[in-house]
Design a protein around this ligand. Structure first.
Ligand code: OGA
Ligand code: CA
Ligand code: FE2
Length: 512
């Protein structure tokens, strides 16, 4: 950039010189021209061409100088913009082990985390630039090793880093998870949903109206499907919905639609009870896998602590934010396992609370989401068949929830339609992918949910699949995140001197 400025300046100086010398050249030409014919009056001797030329060049010089100054100001502004856009976060938060990740964006001395220091007000979350799909940037996350980070999509902002984990690290993480024991990722019928419906006390008409997305007074198959997934985690397909209609004699006129009259005759859990009576298989659920959580703080296995440091370096986020996020989730899919397309974290409305900052919430609300700003997904093994991570609408021109299920093709169904996804990542041992589940608010903090971050795990057709998730939780409500961190630091100060225990730390997290 500086070179460009110098070149620009030199170019204009040379041009200026050339004009000046051109001006004197003209004079010479007048001197050597043949004597004017007698009919032409001789040019008055007192005319001084040199003077005119110097006036010209002076004004030209002025113009160039003004232009040059404006240019310099622009360059400085650009440099400042780039610096603040890529620079490390300024959040200074107390942490127990505030080791910053090794990356090429080192924190300046003044910004190194000081345990026990106060929370600054100008927090800033750096966001990595994707540039364009296929763009590769080198990142230094480990001494003597350079990783390549490739942009896979811009919507969502998604990157892939091969060899993020060594073979040995993958093995350790899988073994630690096995040692701890994995549990079913989805219990067959989650509780709590009925409670919410009862709390809201909705009439069948009101429910019908909510489900009738296109407000045509009929419930199409896809309107029922979209609802059922959110409600009880049972994954209905258009085929088994038709089966249910037949079994329950719900669609009297057999037109594939439910009218309000037909809907009113069904009890609120009719579909669910019908399926349960027939026997539900785990392949009929939103998710079919087992998982466990591994704590990564002080006292944890060195591989897990190293991994957290590397993730901090990769995301360039303030270490305290990574420290206070969920533990590592390790997931195992058996042959036939899958995870239908979903968002790792929901939209945030003013009344939505974040699970991780509940401690600092002033009011209680029935709406809660996990506020996972970033997902870092590690592939711990290479899968023999299937098991890709699909992003159905990555870099789509538009996002339209209704058109995700159209003409019997359900783009969210990773058992059937992964081949129709815009993007699929093949699991390769040691590779990490990471993406932002939220946009920026344009002021260096978390903004709206990025709907394009929709993704799922395609069905494993051969062998098993092991992955791990590191989620970085950040509350889009800046004040709540700040209060939460202050609260944690107070608790830590009260605890001063006492040995910190892993149990204490995980208390602030919910085992999801
Ligand atoms: C998840 C997830 C994708 C995969 O665990 O949240 O989306 O490929 N996993 O397993
Ligand atoms: Ca309708
Ligand atoms: Fe996910």
């Amino acid at each position: 950039m500086i070179r460009m400025v110098i070149d620009f300046f030199l170019f204009h100086l040379i041009k200026l010189k050339m004009i000046e010398s051109q001006g004197s050249g003209d004079d010479e030409a007048t001197e050597t021209a043949p004597p004017p014919s007698p009919s032409v009056p001789p040019r008055p001797r007192q005319r001084n061409p040199l003077q005119k030329s110097s006036v010209c060049s002076r004004s030209y010089f002025m113009v160039v100088m003004v232009f040059f100054h404006v240019y310099i100001i622009n360059v400085i502004a650009l440099l400042l913009y780039v610096h603040y856009n890529n620079g490390p976060g300024e959040m200074v938060v107390p942490t127990r082990n505030a080791a910053s990740g090794t990356n090429n964006h080192k924190l300046p001395e003044s910004q190194v985390q000081q345990p026990g220091s106060e929370f600054l007000h100008h927090m800033y979350l750096p966001r990595i630039e994707g540039i364009r799909v296929g763009h590769v940037q080198k990142v230094s996350l480990l001494p003597n090793k350079v990783h390549e980070m490739r942009t896979l999509s811009l919507k969502p902002l998604l990157f892939e880093i091969p060899n993020f984990l060594s073979e040995e690290e993958c093995r350790v993480v899988m073994q630690l998870a096995q040692l701890k024991g994995l549990m079913e990722s989805q219990v067959m019928v989650p509780e709590g949903q009925e409670e919410l419906t009862e709390q809201l006390n909705l009439s069948p008409e009101e429910i019908f109206n909510l489900l009738d997305l296109n407000q045509d007074g009929q419930l199409q198959l896809q309107e029922i499907l979209t609802h059922s997934r959110v409600r009880d985690g049972i994954w209905l397909t258009p085929e088994n919905l038709r089966e249910i209609y037949t079994g329950l004699k719900a669609d009297k006129d057999n037109n594939g639609l439910l009218s309000l009259e037909e809907f009113r005759q069904l009890s609120s859990d009719a579909f669910q009870r019908f399926l349960q009576q027939r026997g539900l298989k785990s392949s009929q659920m939103v998710r079919n896998s087992r998982h466990t959580w591994l704590y990564q703080g002080q006292g944890a296995h060195q591989v897990l602590q190293d991994l957290k440091k590397r993730v901090t370096g990769l995301t360039r986020l303030p270490p305290a934010l990574v420290d206070l996020s969920e533990p590592l989730q390790v997931v195992r899919y058996e042959q036939g396992g899958h995870y239908h397309a979903h968002h790792d974290s929901g939209p945030v409305y003013p009344e939505t609370a974040c699970t991780h900052t509940r401690l600092a919430a002033n009011t209680s609300t029935p709406f809660e989401t996990s506020c996972r700003y970033i997902t870092v997904l590690f592939y711990l093994n290479s899968v023999e068949g299937g098991g890709e991570t699909a992003f159905p609408v990555a870099d789509n021109r538009t996002y339209d929830e209704v058109s995700l299920i159209q003409n019997e093709v359900d783009l969210l169904d990773t058992r059937k339609n992964c081949d129709k996804s815009n993007l699929r990542v093949t699991p390769t041992k040691g590779t990490a992918v990471f993406w932002y589940n939220y946009l920026s608010d344009g002021r260096g903090w978390v903004g709206e949910q990025d709907e394009y971050s929709l993704h799922g795990g395609c069905v494993v057709t051969r062998g098993t699949k092991w992955v791990a998730n590191n989620w970085i939780n950040i509350d889009p409500d800046y004040q709540r995140q700040a209060r939460f961190q202050q609260l944690v630091s107070q608790l830590e100060n009260e605890d001063e001197g006492a040995e910190s225990s892993p149990e204490r730390h995980t208390d602030t997290h919910q085992d999801l």
